[in-house]
Design a protein around this ligand. Sequence first.
Ligand SMILES: Nc1ncnc2c1ncn2[C@@H]1O[C@H](COP(=O)(O)OP(=O)(O)OP(=O)(O)O)[C@@H](O)[C@H]1O
Length: 266
Amino acid sequence: MIEAKNVWKKYGDQVVLERINVSVQEGEFVTLVGASGCGKSTFLKMLLGTETPSEGELLMDGKQIRDEPDRDRGIVFQQYSVFPHMTVLENVMATKAFARKGLTGYLFGESRKAAREEALHMLEQVGLSQSRDKYPDALSGGMRQRLAIAQAFLAKPRILLLDEPFGALDPGIRLDMHALVLDLWKAYKMTVFMVTHDIKEGFYLGTRLWVFDKRRDDPHAPGRYGASITFDLPVGKIDHTTYQQIDDQLRPTPVPDPVFMEKQNA
Ligand SMILES: Nc1ncnc2c1ncn2[C@@H]1O[C@H](COP(=O)(O)OP(=O)(O)OP(=O)(O)O)[C@@H](O)[C@H]1O
C-alpha cells in the first residue's frame, strides 16, 4: 500500500532523512521511535502530504502521494485539535459533515440523523457518552484526546497518522488509550503509523517497529547526514539483546552523578 523508494528529505543544507526504503501492507500498525529531531514527524508529514520528499518516491497504491491532505489520510497530534465552540457530540458530528460535503458542509434530515447515530455510537466506543453535551474546555486531557481519536476514526481514513498522541497524558490514562486505539484499529482495519518516544509503547502497540537513527555522523556538520530506518522489526519476535540495543541507542548518554562519582573515588 505504501512504498518509499530511496526517499530523502532536506531543509536547506540540513539532511533530515536519507535512503528510506520501506513498504507497508494495508492494515499494518507501524510505530516509529528515534531520538528527538531525527525526522519522525517529517516522515509522517510526507505521508500526510504536507511535506514532499526532496529525492526519491513515496507511493500509495503505486502512485505518488498527493502533496495535499485528503480523506484517505487522517492525523491525531499530541495536542488535541477539536473545535472549542462545539460540544463533544457536535465535534464528532462535524467530522461526518466535513467528510461528506467539504469544509462548508451541513447535514440535514436523514443524513443528519444517520450522522448523529454514528457519532453517538463512536462516543460510546471511546467512553464519552456521558460527556456528549460538554464543551472541550470542560474535559480532562485524556478525554479531549479520546475526542480527537473519535473524530479521526469516524472519518474512516485508510491511513491514520498518530504523532505522539498520548505524549501529554498520565501513564495510567495512556494504558487506557492503548487499549482504545488497539480496539478501534482492529474494528476499523486501517493502516496506522504512530510516532512515540516510549519504546515499550512502540513494542506493545505495533505490529512493526521502525527505529530512526543516523548511520553516519559528522560532529563538525550535524546537518550533513540524515537519519534512516536502522531497525525494522516485526513486533513480538524480538530478543532481549536487540531490545537492549535499541533502548541504549535511544537513551541520551547518562550524565555522571557527582555524588556517586565522589563516593567511587573516595
Ligand atoms: N519546516 C521545516 N523547516 C526547516 N527545518 C525543519 C522543518 N520541519 C522540521 N525541521 C527540522 O527537521 C528535523 C526533524 O524534525 P522532526 O520534527 O521531524 O523530528 P522528530 O524526530 O519528529 O522530533 P521529536 O521527536 O522531537 O518530535 C529537525 O531538526 C527540525 O528542526
